[in-house]
Design a protein around this ligand. Structure first.
Ligand SMILES: *[C@@H]1O[C@H](CO)[C@@H](O)[C@H](O)[C@H]1NC(C)=O
Ligand SMILES: [Cu+2]
Length: 277
């Protein structure tokens, strides 16, 4: 988190409202409708916020989960996260567009997306019971231009795309209520043990469709280990490092998990009202 750049910005702006280099998912768009995310300025979360499709948390704009704490429940949906009360409707096979409120250019690393079936209402599900399967991942896109230079990373694309990231919901999964766990991992300090910075954000989705696949997943607290190669990497000397390996379980591949019994659809799901900017 603290970087020379950020310290400078804060010094220049001291006296003004504290500006952070980090961000949250401010907006989520699917099927042509845009929904509002949790307003981080209202942190601490102190329980569920009723007006958001993203999970609230105590991170405000300025905190991360260090890779030294990847087995702590905070890794699931960020610090002290509590369930979003609203859900975004989307059809399996379609895309969800995730818009960050801001992101810092020096925070370079992979972008990873997971889904977990709530098996009922995501507004009340126990986050520690969620089993996540990985549906998308992107890591290092090119090596740095010489020693000391970081290369191009997946999260650079977020900045280049106006802070937007698009993830496709697999067409073959069974319909139901899911938590989408979207995450940026910042590696600027990851040459040190336990110093990668994880920024998970969770969104409730109400997925429609006629798929039947129910992929196996793993608990959020078991996605990573602090010693994972993808959480300990020198982005400034990548010429000498092995090829970057994105952490977490293998990517879900349609057809590899076998159809399972389709769970009974949940009732009482509150669909969110589209946000108008
Ligand atoms: C998370 O909740 C605990 C218990 O209420 C509290 O002590 C801690 O400060 C909270 N974390 C943050 C980042 O606010
Ligand atoms: Cu930072």
């Amino acid at each position: 988190m603290p970087s020379i750049l950020r310290t400078t910005i804060l010094t220049v702006l001291s006296g003004a409202v504290a500006v952070s280099a980090h961000g949250v998912l401010g907006k989520v768009t699917a099927s042509g409708q845009t929904f509002q995310g949790f307003d981080a300025t209202s942190a601490p979360s102190s329980g569920p916020h009723s007006d958001s499709v993203t999970w609230s948390n105590d991170a405000n704009y300025d905190s991360f989960v260090p890779s030294s704490a990847v087995n702590d429940p905070d890794i699931i949906c960020h610090l002290n996260a509590t369930n979003a009360q609203l859900s975004v409707p989307v059809a399996a096979g379609e895309s969800v567009e995730l818009t960050w409120s801001k992101w810092s250019e020096n925070h370079k690393g992979p972008v990873i997306d997971y889904l977990a079936d709530c098996g009922g209402d995501c507004a009340t599900v126990d986050k520690t019971a969620l089993k996540f399967f990985k549906i998308a991942e992107a890591g290092q896109l090119s090596l740095g231009d010489g020693a000391g230079q970081p290369g191009r990373w997946a999260d650079d694309e977020i900045i280049e795309n106006g802070l937007k990231w698009t993830v496709e919901i697999p067409a073959s999964i069974k319909p139901g209520n899911y938590v989408l766990r979207h995450e940026i991992i910042a590696l600027h300090n990851a040459v040190q043990d336990g110093k990668a910075e994880l920024y998970p954000q969770c969104v409730n989705l109400e997925i429609s469709g006629s798929g039947t696949e129910a992929p196996d997943g793993v608990a959020g607290t078991a996605l990573y280990q602090a010693s994972d190669a993808g959480l300990k990497y020198d982005i400034y000397n990548d010429e000498q490092a092995p090829t970057y390996k994105i952490p977490g379980p293998a990517l879900f591949a349609a057809g590899n998990n076998g159809p399972k019994e389709v769970a009974k659809a949940a009732t009482n799901i509150r669909t969110a009202t589209p946000f108008r900017a």
